[in-house]
Design a protein around this ligand. Structure first.
Ligand code: AP5
Length: 219
């Protein structure tokens, strides 16, 4: 399965990516997670990306594309992957098509998580992420047993810098201008499945697994 998850910031891509990737036994490749790991380690890539991320802008394509190309060439991605957060612009989608064509494969499906903006703002305002395993929690919708501590590995939870109200507003604008055109791009190629991503996390996961099942049978 070669799958892309697309949707506005806070739609639940990272949350669902964990479950869907596990269900299909493919690696989850999140450009946001890779950038954040580089920022926290202070690498040259992280230093380049940080200012863009803090403003809620997209990191320039040349930086992002090289990074994804390298990650997709690793062994674990040879037989499938779930991309979370890439592509995010039509030019990035062209590059992904080219990268896959070079190795003679194609995308199977693009799953769009559909959620209204007011729900997205509620989700992002209460998000907490584990510093060690990156598991995603929410203070109201999916709280850990002990505040500030990850149930899975005891790691400290943090509130992302780009989840401040003014940054969220900019990220939503950037999504509408730069990323939303991807929806048509993939619909025209017959790859798009739109998924209602409202309601409890488990219900959304079940809907996603049901929507992807016919593709799994085809393989
Ligand atoms: P990235 O990390 O990809 O951020 P994003 O796309 O804005 O998406 P988020 O991670 O904010 O949200 P999500 O949809 O994953 O939601 P989540 O599951 O966490 O990118 C960050 C930055 O990196 C970008 O702004 C950009 O600067 C840069 N970048 C990344 N990729 C790039 C690219 N390709 N090109 C250029 N720049 C790039 O859920 C949110 C919250 O809601 C959580 O608390 C969760 O618990 C809760 N939740 C989830 N589902 C539900 C539900 N069903 N009900 C209630 N709560 C829910």
């Amino acid at each position: 399965m070669r799958l892309v998850l697309v949707g506005p910031p806070g739609a639940g891509k990272g949350t669902q990516a964990q479950f869907i990737a596990e269900h299909h036994s493919v690696p989850k490749i999140s450009t946001g997670d890779i950038f954040r790991a580089n920022v926290s380690q202070g690498t040259p890539l992280g230093l380049k990306a940080k200012a863009y991320m803090d403003r809620g802008d997209l990191v320039p394509d040349d930086v992002t594309i090289d990074m994804v190309g390298l990650r997709l060439s690793e062994d674990d991605a040879k037989h499938g992957f779930l991309l979370d957060g890439f592509p995010r612009t039509v030019p990035q989608a062209h590059v992904l098509d080219d990268l896959l064509a070079e190795v003679g494969v194609k995308l199977d499906v693009v799953l769009e998580l559909v959620v209204e903006n007011d729900e997205v703002i509620r989700r992002l305002s209460g998000r907490r992420t584990c510093r060690t395993c990156n598991h995603i929690w929410h203070v109201d919708f999916d709280p850990p047993a002990v505040e500030g501590i990850c149930d899975l590995d005891g790691g400290a939870l943090y509130h992302r810098d780009d989840d401040q109200p003014e940054t969220i507003a900019n990220r939503l604008e950037v999504y509408a201008s730069d990323t939303a055109p991807l929806i048509n791009y993939y619909a025209e190629r017959g790859l798009l499945i739109g998924l209602d991503a409202t309601g409890p996390v488990d219900d959304v996961t079940q809907r996603a697994i049901d929507a992807l099942r016919p593709l799994q049978h085809d393989q």
